[in-house]
Ligand binder design. Structure first.
Ligand SMILES: Nc1nc2c(c(=O)[nH]1)N[C@H]1C(S)=C(S)[C@@H](COP(=O)(O)O)O[C@H]1N2
Ligand SMILES: [Mo]
Length: 259
């Protein structure tokens, strides 16, 4: 895994020809939403990222919250997860597959050997609480560059280890389901989008998503999938679960949860 060039140009090269179409189609008559959903729309979004997208605010160590609240699943109860936890996650592997050229399975040790980024950010939950923490992990862009996105890839889906009951006060369908999330490629290649293994300098504990969780800093807390098992590049997320792109989205929350 060493020696991968982890820049966006690589990711684009992996995407093959994504940049051939220009942005000039924006001015056409077709509704913008149609355009954004097209292959050219993908180009637009990737170029938006290339142009240096807005960064979420970063803080100093003095700002770190003494207590970082844990929310949602605090300890997955699936036999698979409990077995991995018991083994100290030595047997845990992150699968990267779907519309990629080289499906990968990465151990925690391999993930820690990839380029790392540390960032101190504020987590905002829709329930009205926030916490500032220091997260360390590998940029998602690096992992995607290693796997090589296929041209049809438009979203990244995160499959988690836990089932969640769905708390009554959050409204909507309360059926228990596997937690999952999804983001578009602009957020996927954003420099602050990382797969984090450490919080405040220590390995992430079980309540916060051990052994690996997503940080996607320009969006609300529920997008930050914990207990990652598999990352899948897809052209559409319509066929997953409720079809809205995430556990809480299927229960009425926005898919793009921008802060
Ligand atoms: N797998 C999984 N990821 C999840 C959740 C969950 O229940 N399961 N809850 C989400 C919500 S609503 C929030 S606010 C954050 C909480 O992260 P924390 O427990 O580290 O504070 O995780 C998000 N990611
Ligand atoms: Mo949340």
């Amino acid at each position: 895994m060493s020696g991968i060039l982890l820049n966006r140009r690589n990711l684009i090269a992996a995407g093959g020809g994504l940049l051939l179409a220009g942005c000039d189609r924006l001015g056409r008559d077709a509704p913008l939403s149609d355009w954004l959903g097209s292959a050219e729309g993908l180009t637009y979004r990737v170029q938006r990222a290339l142009g240096g997208d807005r960064l979420a605010r970063e803080f100093t160590t003095a700002d770190i919250s003494p207590v970082f609240k844990a929310n949602g699943t605090l300890r997955p109860d699936t036999p698979e997860y409990l077995r991995l936890l018991e083994g100290g996650f030595a047997d845990w592997r992150l699968r990267i597959d779907g519309l990629v050229r080289r499906p990968l399975e990465l151990s925690l040790a391999q993930i820690r050997r990839l380029p790392q980024r540390t960032q101190i950010t504020r987590h905002d939950c829709v329930e009205g609480w926030s916490a500032i923490g220091q997260w360390t992990g590998v940029p998602l862009a690096a992992v995607l560059a290693a796997a090589g996105l296929q041209p049809g890839a438009r979203y990244i889906v995160f499959h988690c280890a836990d089932n969640l009951g769905g708390e009554a006060q959050k409204g909507g369908d309360q059926t228990r389901g596997r937690y999952y999330e999804s983001i578009d490629l602009a957020d996927a290649v954003h420099p602050q989008t990382i797969l984090a293994h450490s919080l405040n300098g220590a390995p992430i504990g079980v309540p916060h998503g051990a052994p690996l969780r997503l940080r996607v800093e320009r969006q609300l807390g529920y997008k930050h999938a914990k207990y990652l098992m598999r990352i899948e590049a897809v052209s559409s997320f319509a066929h997953y679960s409720g079809g809205k792109g995430g556990f809480w989205e299927d229960r009425g929350y926005e898919w793009y949860a921008g802060i």
